[in-house]
Design a protein around this ligand. Sequence first.
Ligand code: HH2
Length: 286
Amino acid sequence: MAPNRQPTTPRFWKAGRFSLSLAQPLVMAIVNLTPDSFSGDGVAGDPVAAVARAEAAVTAGAAILDLGAESTRPGAQPVPVEEEWARLQPVLRIVRNWPVAISVDSRKPEVMARAVAEGADILNDVTGFRDDQAVAVAVRCGCGLCVMHMQGEPQTMQLAPHYDDVVAEVRAFLTERTQALISAGVAAERIVWDPGFGFGKTLAHNLALFQALHLFAREFPLLIGVSRKRMIGEITGQTQPADRVIGSVAAALKAVTLGASIVRVHDVAATVEALKVWQALGDPLI
Ligand code: HH2
């Protein structure tokens, strides 16, 4: 166990076909089926390339594939349901029987419902299941649920993010949405939390949240996504997302040290390799 990992952290995440052990950190591979993702590695309109990327991620050690067909980067334009689904379905149909959990990154209840019908194991909602219809889909399925915090909407969220107390406000939101899901009939073992790095947050907000990860991890298993994001560039000075791999891996290691259970990343091989060393080096003898 990591030194700061809390003993109350559940050891499993119930996620569709899987009961994922959280005894060791898991890597969630980002497979963006988009033409406009900030990271530059989206593969829109090419299911063959997307499947190849997914296969490489599994070979490199990913436990979860996160398929996203609508960019939520700052300033991104929303995509209609049919377009999002047309990007998603062909890839989902191929990977859905693979021996890794399949997550669908969508904020649209209609897309979530279709993804569940096609065999998705996890629903990753950057709006934190704020929509009643999304809660209804969550109740009807057995998927794992990632409840993420976002202030505002992608188009405008980075214009002027404001909080009086970012940690307390994010925690209050995650608690409220989790209670809504549980009251509606979702088992707590299906839920993980994500503070939503970069979603309506300045660097100072992101850093405050990062430093509170061990507090969040006491309540629910944590999934964190900082891979190649602007906050890594702001710290390192790397302006190109593809040049932020080393900083992203460092952040992933710090996150798991603070109790995160799942890291959502673009660079699977580098992260898995770093985690292997992090684990092999063990905990301090106290
Ligand atoms: N970040 C992005 C998208 N989905 N889901 C969770 N749970 N946590 C995150 O931090 C998160 C997310 C944005 O990153 P990315 O998918 O790399 O880019 P884009 O939205 O431009 O496709």
